[in-house]
Design a binder for this molecule. Sequence first.
Ligand code: ADE
Ligand code: ZN
Length: 325
Amino acid sequence: DVTRDFAFGLPKAELHLHLEGTLEPDLKLALARKNGVDIGQSTVEEVQATYQFNDLTSFLAVYYPAMDVLQDEDDFHDLAAAYFERARANGVVRAECFFDPQAHTSRGIAIETVIRGYHRAVVEAREAGLSADLILCFLRDMSAQSALETLQAALPYKDMFIGVGLDSDERDNPPTKFADVFALARQTGLHVTMHCDIDQVGSIDNIRAALTELGTERLDHGTNIVEDPELVAYARDHGIGLTSCPLSNSFVTEEMKGKEIVELTAAGVKVSVNSDDPAYFGGYVGDNYLALAERFDLGRADLERIARNSIEIAWISDDEKDELL
Ligand code: ADE
Ligand code: ZN
């Protein structure tokens, strides 16, 4: 019997979390007022009423325009600081947070404003005892050239992020489109992960390429790897972690992928549970653990396994893993 206290209290790593996806309606409204940005709504209820998604595309259509309220370094700092506070209340002891520089540089915000603001919150989180780092994501519906320019622009701040990822709309934007930029990132010593979403035609081929050609260390979502036993064995044997997001999946694919999580875990693949865009998908990581347990009848030992997996696949030293476990 998994209680809310148990699900929230388990020490866990959150590895699939978009900082821009933690923008709660009240902060969105406060920043809109502060920065004089008209977002078209003026109450929390009105903002929430615009949250009608049934797939990734309809979600992204709400998600990106909202970022207009983020303007100066303090705004990015305040967004991340609010997340870290909630993360701690959800039992997070290690947070590896995605951010999307191109969603900001494309509207005229300097990349250093974004990175410095987020990084300041990371430093404060560490001072408060939460291990935290940033992962720079490329928007896959922009060009490979834009991704390359983004990485080059970010390299002067390389000590402020530990890896690169790939997000946004996967349709017609396979990971192989970014082979050069991922190769450069790996040469630079950065970790590499990528979204392989579960509802895309041809997604299994993208998972195969991500693993065998692009050297990804984790798969974000990616639970449809169950379709291919050889790839499941590959993921198990190479210690490839999966970062699944049950509540997000239930919005964009209509199910939490609990069966896949259970099956993959039983097969020895390290699957973690995460919140993705918690301000939009109805809950933070503790809520995701709890919802998964309730919907799929998981017990305490199952959630303990998932939480342990999350720390084992985190991008930290073995010594730090031992400390956190
Ligand atoms: N950007 C933010 N959340 C995302 C998700 N779940 N998939 C793709 N891109 C995203
Ligand atoms: Zn995501």
